[in-house]
Design a binder for this molecule. Structure first.
Ligand code: NDP
Length: 463
């Protein structure tokens, strides 16, 4: 028995914090977890989960259109935003309850309070006017949308946080950014009938993905009616007398809109956490600096998830939580493995990707074989939808190892999850070739691309 109130105190009840608290408590450790807002954190409350529900909602107009080719007559459909938001909120509340019950069920104590460090073993619970002590402290406070103070009129803008709770669906929206959130929300709003403009400072949206997919997604989104301005930034946002907004973009064009949404990245939640008092070091970005095992410079204080700004993805935070528990409580040091993480962008069409893009691989390997297929998925034949699916394998010519697998099209996220396993295991293209197809599926294309579409030698494409 230690002299501390708890073996582990977790600050932050999101995906990472809840997982660590639950698993440590199940080991018989005396655990407490504090959450100042709602259990579930960004992913459950105002991120991945509600976003996916909005994605589903926004896909219905295309499903209704596609139905005609299959013989259905669909009467004119009406959409009610408040109904969607209320139903979404009910589901989020249900999940929030499950998160809290699971952690309590494992034996952890929960506090609905903001927690701040007083020193390396002491935590103050704001509002409860008391302090508690713990032998080990885990910080899992996540992040929040990056503000944009340099943009005149930024106070008129919303972020993804507010997008989930707008009182009414805007007629028009401008979205700043070209990453996951900007692209996903552009498709959501467009699907729901909102006139949507994306303003992105770079040459092509989704800078971290394979160029082929980026270009094809860009073209498809434009064909659907989303306006995408690349090499552009918003320069000012002004409220008009009629309540709408004027957004002036570089080049001088003024976009008249109802909402302006900033999706320019996320920043770690480390302000006023008492990190200085406890002696915890942070990077320039505000992120807590940790070693390979998620331990900060103060040896009893650890940090996982977005607050460490390593890879801002829910499954990564959960994996880091599991590694933390192994290391700190099971005497089995395990460093989280951040290599070859499968990921999806829930754009329309979706992107699913794992491993290296062609351009990244070309920088690291002298010769690549690229297997590429672009085709109309069967579902789009009778519906007449003019949207192609794109699949691509990036292979190291010397070893035949598959370095990257990329999909653009329906269910790409589901495919990326499964492709993540063989790529993590280090499979070769020959393993793909030996695998029997599942027919008729779109995914079968991955095991039937026998001949390289082209070769990339010393960074140059050779047809
Ligand atoms: P991203 O990092 O994906 O994208 C940020 C975008 O904003 C980039 O296009 C960036 O441009 C641009 N940008 C940055 N600063 C400025 C600026 N000052 N002015 C104009 N544009 C700017 O962040 P998001 O906010 O989209 O999402 C945050 C994170 O959340 C993601 O990185 C991802 O890890 C996670 N997430 C994951 C999802 C999923 O798994 N499906 C869904 C949503 C979020 P540039 O490219 O030039 O840097």
């Amino acid at each position: 028995m230690t002299a501390y109130d708890y073996d582990l105190f977790v600050i932050g009840g999101g995906s990472g914090g809840v997982r660590a608290a639950r698993v440590a408590a199940a080991l018989g450790k005396r655990v407490a977890i504090a959450e100042e807002y709602r259990f579930g954190g960004t992913c459950v409350i105002r991120g991945c989960v509600p976003k996916k529900l909005l994605v589903y909602a926004s896909q219905f107009p295309e499903h209704f259109e596609d139905a005609a080719g299959y013989g259905w007559t669909v009467p004119k459909a009406d959409f009610d935003w408040p109904t969607l938001i209320a139903n979404k909120d009910r589901e989020i509340e249900r999940l929030e309850g499950i998160y809290k019950r699971n952690v309590e069920g494992a034996g952890a104590e929960t506090f609905h309070a903001r927690a701040e460090l007083v020193d390396r073993h002491t935590v103050r619970l704001a509002g409860e006017n008391r302090t508690v002590t713990a032998e080990t402290i885990l910080i899992a406070t996540g992040g929040r949308p990056a503000p944009h103070p340099a943009l005149p009129g930024h106070e008129h803008c919303i972020t993804s946080n507010e997008a989930f709770h707008l009182a009414q669906l805007p007629k028009a929206i401008v979205i700043e950014g070209g990453g996951y959130i900007a692209v996903e929300f552009a498709n959501i709003f467009h699907g729901l009938g909102v006139e949507t403009t994306l303003v992105y400072r770079g040459a092509e949206i989704l800078s971290r993905f394979d160029m082929d997919l980026r270009r094809t997604l860009h073209e498809t989104m434009e064909r659907k009616g989303i306006r995408i301005l690349c090499h552009a930034v918003s320069e000012k946002v002004e409220r008009r007398p009629d309540g709408r907004l004027d957004v002036t973009v570089s080049g001088g064009e003024v976009l008249v809109t109802d909402q302006m949404m900033l999706a320019i990245g996320r920043v770690p939640n480390t302000e006023a956490l008492g990190l200085e008092a406890a002696g915890v070091r942070t990077a320039k970005t505000g992120a807590i600096e940790v070693d390979d095992y998620s331990r900060s410079n103060v040896d009893n204080i650890w940090a996982i998830g977005d607050v460490t700004n390593r890879v801002q993805l829910t499954p990564v935070a959960i994996h880091e939580a599991m590694c933390f528990v192994e290391t700190a409580f099971k005497g089995n040091p395990v460093a989280p493995d951040h290599d070859t993480i499968a990921t999806a962008v829930f754009s329309q069409p979706e992107i699913g990707t794992v491993g290296l893009s062609e351009d990244e691989a070309a920088k690291r390997y002298p010769e690549l074989e690229i297997y590429r297929a672009s085709f109309r998925p069967m579902r789009n034949t009778l519906s007449g939808r003019d949207e192609k699916m794109l699949m691509k394998l990036v292979v190291d010519a010397a070893t035949r190892k598959v370095l990257g697998a990329h999909v653009l099209g329906p269910d790409a996220g589901e495919m990326a999850q499964l492709l993540g396993i063989p790529l993590k295991a280090g499979v070769t293209k020959d393993d793909f070739d030996r695998t029997m197809a599942v027919h008729p599926t779109a995914a079968e294309e991955f095991v039937t691309m026998y001949k390289p579409s082209y070769v990339v030698r010393d960074g140059r494409r050779v047809d």
